[in-house]
Design a protein around this ligand. Sequence first.
Ligand SMILES: [Zn+2]
Length: 644
Amino acid sequence: MVQLVGSLRKELADSLSACRVLVVGAGGIGCELLKNLVLTGFKNIEVIDLDTIDVSNLNRQFLFQKKHVGKSKAQVAKESVLQFCPTANITAYHDSIMNPEYNVEFFRNFMLVMNALDNRAARNHVNRMCLAADIPLIESGTAGYLGQVTVIKKGLTECYECQPKPTQKTFPGCTIRNTPSEPIHCIVWAKYLFNQLFGEEDADQEVSPDTADPELSWNPADTEARATASDQDGDIKRVSTKDWARSTGYDAVKLFNKLFKDDIQYLLTMDKLWKKRKAPLPLDWLEIQKLACPQEVTGTGLKDQQVLGVAGYSQLFSRSVETLRSMLAEKGDGAELVWDKDDPPAMDFVTAAANLRMHIFSMNMKSRFDIKSMAGNIIPAIATTNAVIAGLIVLEALKILSGDVEQCRTIFLNKQPNPRKKLLVPCALDPPSANCYVCASKPEVTVKLNVHKTLVLALQDKILKEKFGMVAPDVQIEDGKGTILISSEEGETEANNSKFLSDFGIRHGSRLQVDDFLQDYTLLVNVIHCEDLEKDVEFEVVGDAPDKAPTPPSAQEDKNVANGNKESAEPSTSSKAPAEQDDVLIVDSDEEEPSSSTMDVRMESGGHKRKLHDAETGEASAKRQRLDQPLAANEEDDDIIALD
Ligand SMILES: [Zn+2]
């Protein structure tokens, strides 16, 4: 058997075979990593993954074969590794690392933890567990040709959460409905339209012109009045898009003329919108059909990479409406279609509708291929990238086990060589952020919300779990009485869920002590009561740091506004993101073409520049954003990432 033992110092080789390590994730990076670890001489490895093997994994997760489809990734990875290294001692867990069984004591069993994960929630959690257990963590991720490895050591380096990560951002509805300026706006609109016509109707996915656009009025009171008015008569007069489409029998020509002519003409009447931007050009079905020849086709090669003309897309629109109509009819009454980028008629529909709208708003149309990758924000997972990153993880692991944590680096794998002809660029590790709400000595945050409108359940699910990454929070109000607002013990405080925070005396300046016992994590939450949060915003984290946060209660009541919300000012690097264990990596990008630039593939990044290690500076990566992981939430329902 090939093994590197002979090339390592004896002490190091001995410590490799003696030490116990944990690999979290047995997917794209995990398979490569497990193979590397045993071939390097690691003997005691535990691996955990809750996934099972999918056919689509087989092109890069080489520990798996066709016969393994449907089986546990962790278990099969173990068996495959044992075939070429029978002396290894591997324990496999087919389970979630967020399961309470894997507590701080469990983490303390290891010299080192290596993440090979695909989602932010699990990364946050392992970060906290390793901080709590004070075990070094090697964090990694890939997206297409890009990759990153970094080392996290309590007290010495930044933790995974030191840099604030932008929250999910959405485009203002009026950008989507009235004033699209980028192809992604039209793609989002087209996907909403699909849902409105064929899928589940969602009030948040309105596609018709928005008369409450704040831009239509310079007088905010006027806008408000208009918004109220339109809400009111909207409720009365508006027929749902789906009902209307159904009443026409999904007549493609009628749909076309309503969406691309009448609605656009209506938009043109909102003349304030077009004072400073190019006005849209309505399309008429008949006029377009007169353009006898199916117009120019640009782009060569594969059909998916061609851009058809307006006539071509009008035809595609018509055909796809017909196909989807019959699919819907086949499913019977009340049925709904679910948008899926891999469903050809659905993708045809979105391609056609998005392109027609792009044309109307004077944008260059896009190929089906481009639209698919934007609609799904897909960056393909690449086996070689995973292999490089897994190799780098082992090199960092060797430094840690040699006691040279100071020598560890964040290493970026770039798509293009830098001027020094290097693809791999190491950067010095940053020290922990004093303001981190996870690894600071006394983590504290300030949250602005309306205490009369925020339910206890929303505090738990949206703020503490979703925003602050807790698994099972307990909340106590610092009201002198120690009122327990939320208990992680089942059955203790469920009755509170449907009550408002103010029902428990929580008001401006209240402080909540939040504990997650599994993560051994305590967070102090300062509440700022606010009546005028933006529409659809339930809460805001004020500042990104305790030392910038206002000191409640009374002294600084007005100051919170000045702190602003840094995140909301950030560029649109946000994301969301369902992905299977890196089948597709879903990344954040505000680029029109996610693949066009290495710099701009930012995955749920903090958007903070990384300092480069002196010797290795290459400007290509100087601008490179921190490439935190392809996040990937658990759900797979929504591929479109709506950006500001
Ligand atoms: Zn931190």
